[in-house]
Design a binder for this molecule. Structure first.
Ligand code: HEC
Ligand code: HEC
Length: 437
């Protein structure tokens, strides 16, 4: 029965094709390009095709497509000269947006990354770019430039060729092409954390669409700075499947972060639009501008919420450690043992329950809806880094999206900070001592 349908259908298709080959212009205009909706929106809008079509159209206007990403420019940005589609090297980004990787650092890193090519250009040789993947992206524009060589003054050619490498900053479409082979198998094409490998992983790859990131030096549940995400790409997240991409140039890492941010903003706006429609009957076109501006504002405000850790005290006395141990175990203060357990093994009463069948059951969940275990602090594996400053950040800022809350935002009855600086550093020393470092 199925087969028969297929044959009939393909017959109809052939007929349709042969008609249009007969020289008649197609009567219906080509459909406008649309953005592909995520699976949640597709499922929720299955019975409302008109709304779904408007939804796709609005998403296209704001975000282009996954392969040809393009942010809609807000009027407010045009005045300030901010262009999220442009290269920060061309001055299209305010300093706050590229905090941690100022344009000068990217230029210097490019000079290092392309040293061989730059020497060759200086000595008058024109290189062929290697076929390996990061260069494949550049090879077409490089070939175009190399072809112009004979029409240009040698000094002019040298200048352009040098700038080609030194100013290199992949745009969003190039970043999309780097993302697909390197990240999508875990994080999914749309950044929903649902790539084909994700099923077998614990913890799960991050779903960027919640706009929540764990390892950032920011307070108050703010969005991460771009430099926080670059840091994660350089170091990876030890103890999870997230690999390190050390060795990739800073420009390419920053561009990958641009694309992660793109997927995150796109996913978050889509989820909020869906919510507006389901809860208040608000059509996507009515709600989009406000939500888009709001989410963007949060990303751009991240650098204002940055938390700069002071240098760790050089204190290593037994009293300092004893203070840390006391705060760790005291319910009204650190209360760390309630989750991490008396010995820090990640088996505290809030985290695990002993079932009557003798098995332990996980009790905590993260905001992505997955079960989560507190870290075994004796393992010596810390995802956000194991320098004292890194651990201080985790304790002070918490780990967003997880039950590990921010002590920096905890106050006692009199409105005083729950823990003093000294006590927080003592906790860091105690946590490090648990793992023998
Ligand atoms: C083999 C699987 C895998 C690959 C490949 C992978 N990741 Fe991840 N990634 C993970 C996992 C797992 C986590 C979550 C770890 C956790 O929750 O602690 C993660 C987390 C992240 C985070 C979140 C960091 C935070 O602070 O919350 C970012 C950003 C990220 N990955 C970006 C990337 C990018 C960009 C690529 C490609 C260049 C990539 N990942 C490739 C598995 C992977
Ligand atoms: C409500 C439960 C809870 C409490 C209370 C808690 N934690 Fe955690 N903690 C967690 C969870 C869950 C994780 C794992 C987060 C993850 O996997 O992303 C974690 C992770 C950590 C990490 C690992 C960071 C890294 O980079 O891998 C450290 C260090 C830590 N906690 C220290 C502490 C200290 C010190 C205290 C007391 C001030 C504390 N925690 C209180 C639940 C808790």
């Amino acid at each position: 029965m199925m087969r028969l349908h297929l044959i009939v259908a393909s017959g109809a298709l052939l007929l349709a094709l042969s008609c249009s080959f007969a020289g008649q212009p197609p009567s219906a205009p080509a459909p406008a390009p649309r953005s592909r909706l995520g699976f949640q929106a597709r499922a929720a809008l299955a019975d409302s095709p008109l709304v779904a079509a408007e939804f796709e159209q609005v998403m296209f206007e704001y975000f282009g497509t996954l392969a040809e990403p393009q942010f809609l420019l807000l009027e407010a940005w045009q005045e300030s000269g901010f262009d999220p589609n442009g290269s920060p090297l061309a001055g299209a980004r305010p300093a706050s947006d590229s905090l941690g990787a100022p344009p000068g650092a990217i230029l210097d890193d490019n000079r290092r990354a392309w040293a061989r090519e730059l020497v060759a250009i200086e000595s008058g040789t024109v290189l062929k770019l290697g076929p390996w993947s990061r260069r494949r992206l550049m090879s077409r524009s490089w070939t175009e430039l190399a072809a112009k060589r004979e029409f240009l003054e040698p000094t002019e050619f040298k200048r352009r060729a040098t700038n080609f490498f030194v100013d290199r900053y992949p745009d969003l479409s190039e970043a999309a092409q780097m993302y697909l082979p390197n990240c999508a198998r875990c994080h999914g094409r749309e950044g929903a954390g649902d790539g084909p490998m994700s099923r077998r992983l614990f913890p799960k790859p991050r779903n960027y669409q919640y706009g929540l990131f764990k390892f950032a030096a920011v307070e108050g549940g703010s969005k991460p700075r771009r430099s926080d995400l670059v840091r994660t790409l350089v170091h990876g997240l030890p103890g999870s499947a997230m690999p390190s991409f050390r060795g990739t140039s800073l420009a390419e890492l920053s561009a990958l972060v641009d694309y992660v941010r793109y997927l995150s903003i796109r996913g978050e706006v889509e989820a909020l639009l869906l919510d507006e429609w389901q809860s208040y009957d608000l059509l996507p076109r009515e709600a989009a501008l406000e939500l888009y501006s709001m989410i963007w504002e949060r990303w751009l405000a991240a650098s204002e919420r940055a938390y700069l850790v002071q240098a760790p005290p050089r204190e290593e006395s037994p009293e300092h450690l004893a203070l840390g141990a006391a705060v760790f175990h005291e319910e009204a203060r650190g209360n760390c043992m309630s989750c991490h357990g008396d010995e820090g093994r990640g088996d505290g009463p809030k985290a695990l329950m002993q079932g009557e069948d003798g098995f332990s059951y996980a009790l905590l969940r993260d905001e992505w809806g997955e079960f989560i275990l507190p870290r075994d602090l004796t393992s010596g594996i810390f995802r956000g880094g194991r320098r004292p400053e890194d651990l201080y950040l985790r304790i002070h800022c918490g780990i967003p999206g997880t039950p590990m809350s921010a002590l920096g935002a905890s106050f006692d009855g009199a409105g005083q900070a729950l823990l003093s600086e000294e006590e927080k550093w003592a906790l860091v020393a105690y946590v490090l001592s648990l793992s023998g470092f």
